[in-house]
Write a protein that binds this ligand. Structure first.
Ligand SMILES: Nc1ncnc2c1ncn2[C@@H]1O[C@H](COP(=O)(O)OP(=O)(O)OP(=O)(O)O)[C@@H](O)[C@H]1O
Ligand SMILES: [Mg+2]
Length: 266
């Protein structure tokens, strides 16, 4: 009998807002699910944008309740329109639950990691959509993840958010989660018809800061936003849209980076 590979956990994070974290989480998750993998998307952002993009149902149990209870994940996940994509969703109450955690358990940083280890073995991938901050939710994601990716926008000062996030991830890796690996940094909402000097300068600066870790950009493409508003995965709504094709290629690169990290560390 062929043994099922272990769960791969990927956090999508950046301390800056509006850089494409949720769009990336949804599209990596949608792409992997479309390939037949069992995928769990965990919404760790109290804004609940990934949740709203995947379900219009009222959720009976949300991320914060599972974190505070230290379990009950499988009772809380809900199916989506894609048969192999599952959601642990949230609303704004997550912030209050996350604030409660440090008072509740000394080792609260590992709560998500422990829940996934105990309950998520049936999934192939867990994708963690983080909020635009370095708050507890992002910390829990980086402590639980084996890998993380950092989307950014090709704009002035955008690399500040990437640097802050990678700085936190480095500290987490040193002190708490030695297996955490950066899969790559990439730019979203990229306008390839107007390659400005600024774009080129930012990509060059990113390549200097993160040598060998810049992944291909995702083009600016309305279909990605429309799919989210309609609460349909873009892979079903517009399978040939430019943004979907870019996320398909990006997913290939992420899987290759992930597998090569795994073979060099085992
Ligand atoms: N490649 C793209 N093309 C067009 N629109 C995009 C693209 N990527 C993201 N968007 C749009 O940009 C906005 C911000 O994207 P998104 O919500 O993914 O960012 P975020 O980093 O998760 O934001 P927040 O920090 O608020 O959680 C959304 O309206 C989304 O639909
Ligand atoms: Mg978001």
């Amino acid at each position: 009998m062929v043994e099922k590979p272990p769960l791969r956990v990927i956090a999508v994070a950046n301390s800056k807002g509006g850089v494409g974290k949720t769009t990336t989480s949804l599209n990596i998750a949608g792409e992997l699910a479309n390939r037949g993998y069992q995928v769990l998307l965990i919404d760790l952002d109290p804004q609940g944008n990934a949740t709203a993009a995947l379900t219009q149902e009222e959720l009976s149990t949300t991320t914060g309740q599972v974190l505070v209870a230290g379990g009950g994940l499988l009772d809380a996940v809900v199916p989506t329109t894609m048969g192999t994509l599952w959601l642990l969703g949230t609303g704004p109450e997550l912030r209050a639950y996350a604030k409660q955690l440090p008072e509740q358990r000394e080792d609260y940083r590992n709560v998500l990691r422990d829940i996934l280890a105990a309950e998520a073995g049936g999934f192939d991938y867990a994708i963690l959509d983080c909020p635009p901050s370095l708050d507890t939710e992002t910390l829990l994601a980086l402590c639980a993840a084996g890998f993380y990716v950092v989307p950014s926008r090709p704009e002035r000062f955008s690399l500040d958010g990437v640097k802050r996030l990678v700085g936190l991830a480095d500290r987490v890796q040193e002190a708490m989660n030695p297996s955490l690996q950066l899969l790559g940094v990439f730019f979203t909402q990229f306008n390839s018809n107007k390659p400005s000097r600024l774009h080129q300068d930012i990509v060059a600066a990113a390549a200097q800061l993160f040598p060998g870790q810049i992944l291909p950009a995702v083009r600016d493409n309305q279909a990605l936003g429309t799919a989210q508003r309609l609460a349909i995965p873009a892979q079903l709504h517009a399978p040939e849209a430019a943004g979907v094709l870019d996320y398909r290629a990006l997913t290939d690169d992420l899987i290759s980076a992930l597998e090569s990290h795994l073979t060099t560390t085992t």
